[in-house]
Design a binder for this molecule. Sequence first.
Ligand code: AMP
Ligand code: GLY
Length: 423
Amino acid sequence: MRVLIVGGGGREHAIAYMVAKSPLADEIFCAPGNAGIEEYAKCVPIGAMEFDKLVDFAQEEKIDFVIVGMDDPLVGGLVDRFEEVGIFAFGPRKNAAILEGSKAFSKELMKKYDIPTAGYDTFSEPQEALAYLETAKFPIVLKADGLALGKGVLICNDFEEAKAGVNTIMIDKKFGSAGNCMVIEEFMTGREVSVLSFVDGKTIRTMTSAQDHKRIGDNDTGPNTGGMGTFSPSPFYTKEVEQFCIDNIYQKTVDAMACEGRPFVGVIFFGLMLTKDGPKVLEYNARFGDPEAQVVLPRMKNDILEVMKACVEGRLDEIDLEFEDNAAVCVVLASNGYPGAYEKGLPISGLDKFIDRDGYYCFHAGTKNDNGQIVTNGGRILGITAKGADLKSARANAYRAVDWVEFDNKYYRHDIGKAIDEA
Ligand code: AMP
Ligand code: GLY
């Protein structure tokens, strides 16, 4: 098969690595890709939101199968565009990607189909939101309805903070039209676990669990980011927790989407919180998480193309997913300043240390090939992933590999996976 991967971050690098291992892949392209993905795929300078150019390119290159990794193009309907010209594309159609694209939609779905989640209300007028907040219990959570680069969630400790939050989201429109509507949600406490799954519209197959670290600073301090590191599996995702989710969340979500006339094909990412009243859904994403994909995919034994093809063809029931009985940890190397302003174009050294080293991966996120020298080209630069027999050895391996790579302004968290010590 001739495969096109759309996206250019660490997640797409991990996907490209898996696709390259598949005997079904003849040639791999990636738009726009990055300097690391070039090892497996021919990168073409087309942005993930340039739908016309992507469709033209896929037709010219006789692409058989497209994998859309990112949320924006999925929510914008890129899969539908490929389907219109008869090209198979892995990912939800626009009417199903709304599961991630609108928090008001996903909350209503969970309420209607009795899927456990935090209590909430939806508002499209700032005055009504403020009136509600005057008598609300704090802390409370404000969420911009639409996509906001993972930054549209504000946890407010009192009315003044919440008032400022309503201004930010609905009046100043810091997240653009994502803030036309807002969800106000009950604050929950507990461990967070991410579970990714393949879905073919009817059948769901969950992958091994993972946990993200969203804050920039050690010990979960400072602002939220796209994700500073992950580990897999999560020791907090016990057999009991899993059984609860099987009975109350996973298949119910897939059935609910089908029932609404929005059959979901692709990856559903369940962001779960393990509260004292049992697991509840924090959020759904309509794609692999990043950096979750960087610890989950290297542990997957299946041929990723075979699984994705089965999803698109509606025969996922024929597939059993298999994962290695080990663990993986990913430490994100960022540029100092991220998630605020940072410098770009700094040369990176040490990348050759990963060549032919089994169990160690250097997934590129914000990198660029500048005339043969790989340089930084974003906030999150690399995802350094290592496997180990258990989480502790995977963590030791990952931090060893963190030292192999150097660039000016290198920044990373030192406590990725530390929570496992408490398990
Ligand atoms: P979301 O994008 O909805 O996953 O929210 C981003 C992060 O905000 C989550 O990973 C949680 O850490 C936090 N969060 C979201 N909703 C809640 C909630 N209802 N209670 C507590 N924390 C939350
Ligand atoms: N790591 C969280 C996400 O991909 O949304």
